[in-house]
Ligand binder design. Structure first.
Ligand code: ZN
Length: 156
């Protein structure tokens, strides 16, 4: 049994100062979730965080979405790895496409042979850039919404 938490109670939280998961005293709760805690080790006040940054959560319900007016130091919460990957991909794509004219793009056709960095116009997927040449007559092309592996240089 886990005893219910309440303000004044104790909880293990990531300490943003100590950089460790340590015992904390709960200062403020939203529902059954602690939101502000005080580190029993260094005495700093910060937002509750169940585990170290970057550590995977074992899917425990929704995080507090209550609009708390945090006056603490900058939030350490960043985008997830998946979100970061999407952002990186879009940035790469935008960089490759930015400022390019119609004539810089080649129409994608399976019989054409492409090289890394070639700009592609695909009838279905739109504008893309060749990011990698793969074995077996395949190229990886980065489109706005996703990277796709397509065939190229087919002789038949
Ligand atoms: Zn601390």
């Amino acid at each position: 049994m886990i005893k219910p938490l309440r303000a004044g109670g104790e909880v293990d939280s990531w300490c943003t100062k100590c950089k460790l998961v340590l015992n904390h005293r709960v200062i403020a709760m939203v529902g059954a979730q602690p939101v502000r805690v005080e580190c029993s080790t260094c005495g700093s006040h910060h937002n509750f965080r169940a585990r170290a940054p970057g550590e995977k959560a074992p899917s425990t319900g929704a995080r507090s979405s209550a609009g708390s007016t945090s006056s603490g130091p900058r939030s350490v919460r960043g985008p997830t790895k998946a979100q970061q990957a999407v952002m990186d991909r879009e940035r790469t794509w935008e960089k490759a496409i930015a400022g390019k004219g119609v004539h810089d793009f080649r129409q994608y056709r399976v019989h054409e042979t492409f090289n890394e960095g070639d700009l592609i116009r695909h009838s279905k997927f739109g504008d893309g850039v060749v990011t990698r040449l793969l074995e077996g007559k395949k190229v990886e092309i980065l489109f706005k919404d996703d990277a796709r592996t397509l065939a190229h240089g087919l002789t038949d």
